[in-house]
Design a protein around this ligand. Structure first.
Ligand SMILES: [Fe+2]
Length: 300
């Protein structure tokens, strides 16, 4: 099956205090505001028109996650597959005006997912002056689903995502799109929600700057820096002002030999056996990371 999506396209959050998260996202991560109304703010770290979209709300939750299709034709093809995959189309229009086409669907597990035509991008407008660390691009998200195997099957059938790696009990799994990075989406077993969203860092020294910037607002990393085994990427995590977890990551492995590649299955589930299976270096994941929850908005 061909890939219909390239990567994660954008994340939309419902936020009680939008101003606080805009301030943190711009001054710590180095995002900039690209569009703003009374109820909605779009942010991006690059020349793309939107990567993080915040909606003023009376709750903090995930509204939806969008995947960047490889083309408009791919959006139409994905839309034609939604019902057969056991999901329900709720809109045949993109939620953001910077996408020409889009389809929004609900999964039985409670996720709202959008497949949209590629977001408008200015490749020579990538850099923006900011006191923040200057993230390069929205890299991936980790979702939580009560039925990860079913969620994977839906993503495979609708978007052509491929499994890169999974833990044998499906407590964690990782899928890739057409950009061939090891994962654009991770799936964590649990109540429906968002485990983290991740922005790519340019270089390892950026973690030092990020930690120093977080210190100025009385925050710290909750895990990292270190290097994961699955994906082989470097990482550091913090909790943002609305309670969602943000990862900064770098240097993720690419899977270029698709036809030969066999998804890795991790069978070592307990410490100490799985410490080096899960991490190349750095401390094992702390409880606060493993038990982190950020809810998905109730689907209507
Ligand atoms: Fe991650």
């Amino acid at each position: 099956m061909d890939y219909l999506v390239n990567a994660i396209g954008h994340v939309q959050l419902n936020v009680v205090d939008v101003d606080a998260l805009v301030k943190e996202s711009t001054e710590i991560l180095g995002l900039h505001v690209t569009h703003q109304t009374d109820k909605e703010v779009w942010l991006s770290c690059s020349g793309r028109k939107a990567e993080l979209v915040l909606h003023e709300s009376d709750e903090n939750s995930v509204r939806s996650v969008g995947f960047d299709a490889v083309s408009k034709a791919a959006v139409a093809e994905a839309a034609s597959r939604v019902e057969d995959a056991g999901c329900r189309i709720v809109s045949n229009e993109p939620t953001l005006a910077c996408c020409e086409t889009g389809v929004v669907f609900h999964t039985p597990q409670g996720l709202q997912i959008e497949v949209h035509s590629p977001i408008e991008d200015d490749i020579y407008g990538r850099r923006h002056a900011s006191p923040g660390v200057g993230a390069l691009r929205l890299d991936h998200v980790n979702l939580t689903s009560p039925d990860p195997a079913e969620t994977r099957t839906q993503f495979e059938r609708i978007m052509g995502l491929r499994l890169s790696e999974r833990m044998v009990d499906d407590s964690l799994s990782w899928m890739r799109g057409a950009n061939r990075l090891h994962h654009c989406v991770g799936i964590v077993k649990g109540d429906v929600g968002l485990h983290h969203y991740s922005f790519e860092m340019g270089e390892f020294a950026d973690y030092c700057r990020l930690g120093d910037r977080l210190d100025t607002i009385e925050k710290n990393f909750i895990w990292g820096p270190g290097r994961h085994r699955p994906g082989d990427n470097t990482y550091a995590y913090f909790i943002n002002s609305c309670g969602a977890m943000v990862e900064c990551s770098g240097g993720m492995a690419m899977i270029l030999d698709d036809d030969r590649y066999e998804p890795n299955v991790i069978t070592a589930l307990k410490r100490p056996d799985n410490v080096r299976v899960m991490n190349v270096w750095g401390e094992p994941a702390p409880l606060v990371w493993r038990e982190h929850k950020f809810p998905w908005a109730k689907l209507v």
